[in-house]
Design a protein around this ligand. Sequence first.
Ligand code: NAP
Length: 337
Amino acid sequence: MQTPYLPGKKLFFQRLVSAVFSDYLSQPMEKVVIIGSGPAGWTAALYTARAQLAPLVLTGKQPGGLLTTTSIVENFPGFPEGVDGYELMTRMQKQAERFGAKTSFGVVEAADFSKHPFVLTVDGEKVEAETVIIATGAGHKHLGIPGEHELENKGTTYCATCDGALPMFRNQPLVVVGGGDSACEEAMYLTRFASTVYLIHRRDSLRASKIMIERTLAHKKITPVWDTAVTEVLDVKQDRVTGVKLKNLKTDAESLLDCAGVFIAIGHVPNTEIFKSQITTDTNGFIVPHKGTMTNVPGVFVAGDCADHVYRQAITAAGAGCAAAIDAERFLAAQNQ
Ligand code: NAP
């Protein structure tokens, strides 16, 4: 596990010692381990830290979660001008750490909830925990079409704010796939760089919020392409995106569209794979809470997008993080009575 604030040499020796002596070193038992560092994770950390439980937050591969890839968040209360997604997450982290939350840039590879204390394997090391809050969020859904995977990072991407400003996309026609808030947001963001943004959607109406639909469809640089599926990303032979194959779903007519980039924004899949054998999920992989935020395993709680296929907002994730923290705190209090 990597600790963010250690200077390089100290960290190197800490890892060396821990790699050599890992079987002999006993890990301290954590009262609360929070897996994930999006709005749910940091809010759970804030509440459990203020309850003096010194939670350990394992950030996962993407510290701050998906919200850090959003440009401006306009619907998180308390920010009348909107707030940059990365800044919002950094502020949440600082607030939780101020009260004693511990942060570690760790990725959980396995979890054993069959015995108590629970054991998490984090970058090869074991962490014991009395309670665990799963706040692993969701990842990008893929189209699963030819060329998509092969041309990832060569013009195919899932994040306009991360990649939109790259020179390869400047003054070029770009494609955004999807009809939700994410697709509209990506399309709007890309208008800063692209010559034209084609918003390709499989139906003839967007499912995004009204305000986003209005802004998107009013933008001069955005051209919606309705009732259309992208069936292939071209051109694998050239090892870069040169265009897409399209199919009109009403007429079955096929066509080609030149573009330098394909931004896929078709929703998310919950990051719950490693828990599935022990924690109850629905058919789409979302964790199903049993009592409040507690899962089928007493002492394991869940919060945020990994359990929510309905609301999926930063503020609802934060609220769920608060609830999970309170449930974990009460669970620990009951255990210690
Ligand atoms: P979403 O609302 O689930 O929309 C996914 C879009 O992708 C839908 O239009 C869907 O089409 C389309 N789609 C799904 N699978 C597809 C496939 N295989 N091929 C082609 N198209 C496909 O996902 P989202 O836009 O990521 O939003 C997720 C949640 O986050 C929502 O609650 C949203 O409000 C929220 N969000 C909010 C903001 C904001 O407020 N600033 C920004 C981003 C996201 P159909 O419409 O036909 O189903």
